[in-house]
Design a protein around this ligand. Structure first.
Ligand SMILES: [Zn+2]
Length: 210
């Protein structure tokens, strides 16, 4: 017998396949409360809409509890810490227009970026890209975790739609392409910066701090 959560999980899995979900290591780090606030925020937001990863995070929290880890170190799905919650409020304020002059950088044609600053050696960004925008090919000096808030993009393997996440590390080089149907808005956390292959994005990296 299927309940509403099963139906939602099946619909989400059908839309993103095996892509679009969190790695087990991220779920364990989230449950243990050791993720930097920008990453923690994105994990918490994904867990809101993804029953599959929520179940994984609950399992990780249960394992942590059975190993004697006590609250507040065991973070349940949806429960973000104070720093991540405050960051999330800033994000919502910007997206709903509550902030009169959010700092959006037009980094190149079709792409705007808004920096939400650095927390615990990790940075948080909002990205807004017009339909069909091809982002610069880049590798990573550390981890990158992206959550699609609106629209969708193709990452070379799958189309990621609202609610989906993509994790990238030093081994990944990719060039996201925004699909042609709608403006794509993403929330991205980075550690260690990005490595662009072409001169212009490298120059922008110096200016914007990506
Ligand atoms: Zn998921």
């Amino acid at each position: 017998m299927h309940d509403a959560a099963d139906t939602a999980r099946a619909a989400f899995d059908a839309s993103v396949g095996e892509h679009g979900h969190l790695h087990e290591s991220s779920l364990v780090e989230f449950a243990a409360g050791v993720l930097p606030a920008p990453f923690e925020l994105i994990v918490a937001r994904h867990l809101r809409s993804c029953a599959r990863c929520r179940a994984g995070a609950l399992d990780a929290a249960r394992v942590g509890a059975s190993c004697g880890r006590a609250a507040p170190f065991i973070r349940l799905p949806g429960a973000a810490g104070a720093a991540a919650t405050a960051l999330g409020q800033r994000v919502d304020d910007i997206l709903t227009g509550g902030r009169r002059h959010p700092t959006w950088w037009h980094v190149f044609r079709g792409l705007e970026i808004c920096s939400l600053g650095e927390r615990s050696q990790a940075q948080l960004w909002l990205l807004r890209a017009q339909p069909g925008t091809v982002l610069p090919a880049h590798g990573h000096g550390g981890d990158e975790l992206t959550l699609v808030l609106a629209g969708s993009y193709f990452n070379g393997r799958a189309v990621l739609e609202a609610g989906a996440v993509e994790e990238a590390d030093e081994a990944v080089v990719h060039q996201p392409v925004v699909t042609s149907t709608a403006v794509c808005v993403c929330l991205a956390a980075t550690r260690g910066g990005l490595r662009f292959r072409r001169f212009l994005p490298r120059l922008l990296r110096r200016v914007v701090g990506l």
